[in-house]
Design a protein around this ligand. Structure first.
Ligand SMILES: Cc1ncc(C[n+]2csc(CCOP(=O)(O)OP(=O)(O)O)c2C)c(N)n1
Ligand SMILES: [Mg+2]
Length: 379
């Protein structure tokens, strides 16, 4: 496993990674402070989103607490023209791509199917169906080959795809099929797994008898395993992999070893399947703390900067609060409008059925109101 920052923040030299980081200019002290700020911001947004779910403002929230380095590192390793294809837990990826955090809340509140323009921000909408986005990512990458923007030697226009999925999703057939197509066509795609140790209550040890990174090698797809709580290792590995894919050298698989510190979602209870001792062990490897310790060792961070980040993070959480209360409910039958470009008899019938269904609730509401009135009179 490639690690550049130990848990205590100490830097280990690594010739390939150091060269890649040096050439890309991605690891200057200023950049490192930026990643620290990014991680503090998204953690605060994440904690706030969890509270908003508890307050009934979101249907569900999937926390990325603990996976900040794995996401901020990978997000910033991509170039602007690259296309990123995320799952449902990539709030740090979204942040690195310039997606405002309140946009993420829209689909978890059920008021939109996405929340941002995938083309403008070169980031696909979130995908909840495990592995389903992997063939889309490979297909997009094959499209890039046909557009002639791979391997031309032009760093500003050559493009690659970053396909993200979890350790559990890596067992899906669609991921295996994606490996086949990507390898056969040498598609410019980097498969990126955040192995956060758990697929809800199933540990990774049950998903695979070998380290996940080895899985792609049977397809002839080179792979690397990195410490996913080490923002520098992630940044270096994903940058090298994307550069190689963009240069037309085919797919690469990167496994980032990390830990989901929170529950799977707000509907999950970790105490049913894992020990607090395991959580405590990983808390010691916290990605934010690690980068802060490293910056302290370099003498590149001070209390004033840390305090400013905390203040900004607090402001961001307040902004989420503000935005969620301003979100309008969508037209209840709007979901039928864009199912097909042309009118479709089955969709029409379902729309009518749904209209009848929701009409019942208006009656219910009246009945509820009536009950309340009667109760008031009796009191
Ligand atoms: C095809 C499919 N099967 C099952 C589910 C239910 N499900 C949602 S998340 C999840 C676990 C995914 O684990 P992993 O891929 O490791 O990602 P993580 O949630 O840990 O980020 C499951 C089984 C789903 N969304 N899609
Ligand atoms: Mg997982």
């Amino acid at each position: 496993m490639v690690q550049l920052l130990a848990a205590d923040g100490t830097r280990t030299p690594h010739p390939d990674m150091d060269a890649a980081l040096e050439d890309s200019g991605l690891a200057t002290p200023e950049r490192l402070r930026g990643y620290y700020r990014d991680m503090v911001m998204i953690r605060a947004a994440d904690v706030e989103a969890t509270s908003l779910q508890r307050q009934g403002q979101l249907g569900l929230w999937a926390s990325a607490f603990g996976q900040e380095a794995a996401q901020i590192g990978a997000g910033h390793a991509s170039r602007e023209q690259d296309y990123l294809v995320p799952t449902y837990r990539e709030h740090g990826i979204a942040w690195a791509r310039g997606i405002e955090p309140w946009r993420l809340l829209e689909s978890f509140r059920g008021v939109s199917h996405g929340g941002w323009d995938p083309n403008a921000l070169r980031t696909h909408p979130y995908m909840i169906v495990l592995g389903a986005q992997a063939p889309h990512a490979v297909g997009y990458a094959m499209g890039l080959q046909r557009d002639g923007v791979v391997g031309t030697g032009e760093p500003e226009t050559d493009t690659a795809v970053l396909a993200l999925f979890g350790d559990g999703a890596s067992s899906e057939g669609e991921v295996a099929e994606s490996f086949t197509f990507a390898a056969s066509f040498q598609a410019p795609v980097v498969f990126y797994t955040q192995n956060n140790q758990w697929a809800i209550s199933v540990p990774t040890s049950v998903q695979s008898r070998v380290p996940l990174a080895q899985r792609s090698r049977g397809w002839g797809i080179p792979s690397v395993r990195v410490d996913g709580n080490d923002v520098l290792a992630v940044l270096g590995a994903v940058r090298i992999a994307l550069d190689s894919a963009r240069a037309g050298k085919g797919p690469v698989f990167v496994e980032a070893l990390t830990y989901r510190m929170a529950a799977h979602t707000t509907s999950d209870d970790t105490s049913r399947y894992r020990l607090t001792s395991e959580e405590e062990e990983w808390a010691e490897k916290d990605p934010i703390l690690r980068l802060r310790r490293h910056l302290e060792q370099l003498g590149e961070i001070d209390e004033a900067f840390i305090a400013r980040c905390d203040e900004e993070a607090h402001d961001l959480a307040m902004q989420l609060h503000h935005h969620i209360h301003g979100m309008e409910d969508p037209d209840p039958v709007g979901m039928f409008t864009h199912a097909y470009a042309e009118p479709h008899p089955i969709v029409e019938a379902e729309r009518e059925q749904y209209l009848e269904y929701i009409a019942q609730f208006e009656d219910d509401d009246e009945r509820v109101a009536g009950h309340v009135e009667q109760k008031g009179e009796r009191a």
